[in-house]
Design a protein around this ligand. Sequence first.
Ligand code: AMP
Ligand code: ZN
Length: 111
Amino acid sequence: MSDCIFCKIINKELPADIIYEDDCMVVFKDIQPKAPVHVLVVPKKHIVSLAKLNSADQDVIAQMMMNLSAIAEKVGLSDGFRTIINTGKGGGQEVDHLHVHLIGGRPLPGF
Ligand code: AMP
Ligand code: ZN
């Protein structure tokens, strides 16, 4: 989508600190980290949110989820990590391109 900042990062039209990329997803550092490690796992396909998934998105979602622990290892979170997916206005989603926050590197309070 042309006016989506995450699509622009994926298309290299906007800079980002990309730490991993494959055919399905891009992983880059959050610009306003909430913990020592805070990266965003973002599908290359412009999926708006978890609330807008359709059956054609199954493989992308599976590939992202199956890769999370390897990505966590890559960013130094071998001891464990937190994932957050904000969905819609009520869920605090600010960027309307599905993304998984992968967070860690300090003790995280229980939720
Ligand atoms: P959410 O509220 O779940 O939509 O989260 C959006 C996240 O994207 C926030 O944590 C922002 O700090 C982050 N963000 C916004 N713009 C950029 C950018 N250009 N590069 C990296 N992270 C960004
Ligand atoms: Zn997008």
